[in-house]
Design a binder for this molecule. Sequence first.
Ligand SMILES: Nc1ncnc2c1ncn2[C@@H]1O[C@H](COP(=O)(O)OP(=O)(O)OP(=O)(O)O)[C@@H](O)[C@H]1O
Length: 342
Amino acid sequence: MSTLIETIDLKQHYPIRQGLLGRPSATVRAVDGINLRIQRGEVLGLVGESGSGKSTFGRTLMMMEQPTSGSVLYNGVELAGRSHTALHPYRRRMQMVFQDPFSSLNPRMTVEDSLTMPLRFHQPALSARQRRDEAAETLERVGLPRSMISRYPHEFSGGQRQRIGIARALMVKPEFIVADEPVSALDVSVQAQVLNLFSSIRETLGLTILFVTHDLAVVGHIADRVAVMYLGQVMEIAPTRALFTSPRHPYTETLLSAAPQPAVGARRQRIAMKGEPPSPLAPPSGCVFRTRCAHAQAECAVARPVLRPRGPGHLSACIRDDLSLVPGVAEARPDQARKRMS
Ligand SMILES: Nc1ncnc2c1ncn2[C@@H]1O[C@H](COP(=O)(O)OP(=O)(O)OP(=O)(O)O)[C@@H](O)[C@H]1O
């Protein structure tokens, strides 16, 4: 598999100002140095608690916002810093599916108008008839009858609206889709149907998908690989099975203990964890997870751990393995054990 998208030390920081014209008094480090490769044709799951920066990462990848620093390479081409016009050819290739299909569909527009709108922009040479045919075909592709093309969003159920949201993204024949919590607002039974739709369009259209979700069960169902995010950073990335069966980062272990079944509907709950994450305005020094980590050592406050290989395609950013400070081994090293942090 070849790399479709690569980020290099990608950062998205938001300055916080006192008043409209005030000087920035603090900075939200929403995305704080992400190095990630998304392979052509894969579904990469991106999981983490609320506020970990998943959506910001997705928006920045799509160049909906210019990054504060770092690179976004699409097929090896740098997108960061490109003008609006220079990004135009890439906008068609990258599409987004949002959590709430209702708010992303204009209630006063028919399905036909919503679906054909992107074509007017990206393929202005198509006739009205051709656009309508494309829309009808795409509706069928997402499991809705052509006859529904003249209806309005309020006439559809939540699951059907999400299918329309997916159809709209497919209209311009993208290569890459960022799906941001696309099933979180749906009932469990409907979730499974929409996930199956994602799997089938990925298969038939050869799409590459970044699937953003807080729900490990969902990601276990759909993703080939999973990246785990915490406070703007990737803590661990691995093939899905390896992540579920042998997580290497303490944060991933905690998330999995709260949601052990990688099956849709097995346990439908938000990720639960002790305490609140620290503010991205003032992340801890060293490892950002150390203040909530049961295995934290004094060393963890010193330097930010980098992602290191822990198995085939498996990377984790924890010094525990490097220092052999796993429980039991730490007991054999009383100097280290004394330094254990609460
Ligand atoms: N435009 C912005 N200005 C300032 N801060 C922002 C902005 N967008 C996001 N943030 C902050 O960045 C951090 C990451 O937010 P983000 O929405 O990316 O997280 P998330 O993991 O997607 O969470 P959720 O699932 O709740 O959306 C949060 O602290 C959020 O408040």
